[in-house]
Design a protein around this ligand. Structure first.
Ligand SMILES: Cc1cc2nc3c(=O)[nH]c(=O)nc-3n(C[C@H](O)[C@H](O)[C@H](O)COP(=O)(O)OP(=O)(O)OC[C@H]3O[C@@H](n4cnc5c(N)ncnc54)[C@H](O)[C@@H]3O)c2cc1C
Length: 217
C-alpha cells in the first residue's frame, strides 16, 4: 500500500495542505535522521522521551537499558506514538504572529513488542547502528551475550502515520510589507564538528569509513 489510510488518529486537521500520508515520503523523512520522541502513558501521566531508532521496511526499532521504564512500558503493547522532526529553517516575518519554522515531521502510531530472541535482537541493533552511521556495524565488535541480555530491544510495526511539511518564506499581512523589518528564512541543519579521538586509538588507525556516511553530518 503506497499511502497510510486516513483514520481519526492520523488525519491532519490543522493546515491539512501540509499533510502527507505517502509511505515513501514518510519513510524518506524517517531515513534522514535517527532521533525520535516516544510517547506513552503510565497511570494517567503522559511521558515523551527522546531516543534513537532505526527503520527497516514497515518497522522501527528502539533500544536501551533493560532497566528503561520507557522500553518496559512501550513493550506492554499499548498504542504508542513516536514523532520525528527535521528542522529545516527559521522563518522570520515582519510581525511576531507570522513567524514560523520550515520542517519535515512525522507522527507514527503502533504497538511495540520486546524482542527476546538473541539473533533477532542483534539484527535490530544492527539496524539501529546502521541508521546512525551506515557501515559502523561492520567496523566494531558486535554485542556479546551479556551485553545483549543487558539491552532491551523493541520492534514497533508502523500501523498508521502522517507527515507534515512546511517550506517557503514568511507570509506577512500585506500592510506589514511597508515596515522596515528584515524578513526571510534562515536555513537550519544538524551538523557535526571535528571528530576528536579518545586518546587511546591504536597507532595507524584512522577515521572510520562510516563517518563519511553518518546521518549526523
Ligand atoms: C519543528 C516544529 C515546530 C512547530 N511549532 C509549532 C508551534 O509553535 N505551535 C503550533 O501550534 N504548532 C507548531 N508546530 C505544528 C505542530 O506539530 C502541529 O502540527 C500543530 O500544532 C497542530 O496540532 P494539532 O494537535 O491541532 O494537530 P491535528 O491536525 O489535530 O493532529 C491530528 C493528527 O495529525 C497528525 N499531525 C499533526 N501534527 C503533525 C506534525 N507536525 N507532523 C506529522 N503529523 C502531524 C498526527 O497524526 C495527529 O494525530 C510545529 C511543528 C514542527 C515540526
Amino acid at each position: 500500500m503506497s499511502s497510510f489510510p486516513l483514520t481519526p488518529r492520523n488525519q491532519v486537521h490543522r493546515l491539512p495542505k501540509r499533510a502527507s500520508y505517502d509511505r515513501d515520503q514518510i519513510y524518506g523523512i524517517l531515513d534522514q535522521t535517527f532521533l525520535c520522541h516516544a510517547g506513552f502513558q503510565v497511570e494517567g501521566q503522559v511521558y515523551v522521551i527522546p531516543t534513537i531508532y532505526g527503520r527497516r521496511e514497515d518497522t522501527i526499532y528502539m533500544h536501551g537499558s533493560a532497566a528503561s521504564r520507557m522500553l518496559k512500558e512501550l513493550a506492554k503493547g499499548f498504542d504508542a506514538c513516536v514523532t520525528v522532526t527535521l528542522l529545516d529553517g527559521m522563518v522570520l516575518a515582519r510581525s511576531a504572529f507570522h513567524h514560523s519554522v520550515n520542517y519535515r515531521s512525522v507522527v507514527l502510531f503502533g504497538q511495540a513488542r520486546a524482542l527476546t530472541d538473541p539473533g533477532e535482537k542483534s539484527a535490530a541493533l544492527e539496524i539501529i547502528t546502521e541508521q546512525v552511521a551506515p557501515g559502523r556495524w561492520a567496523e566494531v565488535r558486535g554485542p556479546n551475550e551479556k551485553e545483549l541480555k543487558a539491552t532491551s530491544v523493541l520492534a514497533m510495526p508502523i500501523d498508521s502515520a502522517s507527515a507534515k511539511v512546511r517550506t517557503g518564506g514568511p507570509i506577512d499581512d500585506e500592510e506589514d510589507y511597508t515596515l522596515p523589518v528584515w524578513a526571510g528564512v534562515v536555513p537550519v541543519r544538524m551538523a557535526a564538528g571535528t571528530p576528536a579521538d579518545d586518546g587511546r586509538v591504536l597507532p595507524g588507525v584512522g577515521l572510520p569509513a562510516s563517518l563519511s556516511r553518518a546521518r549526523f553530518l
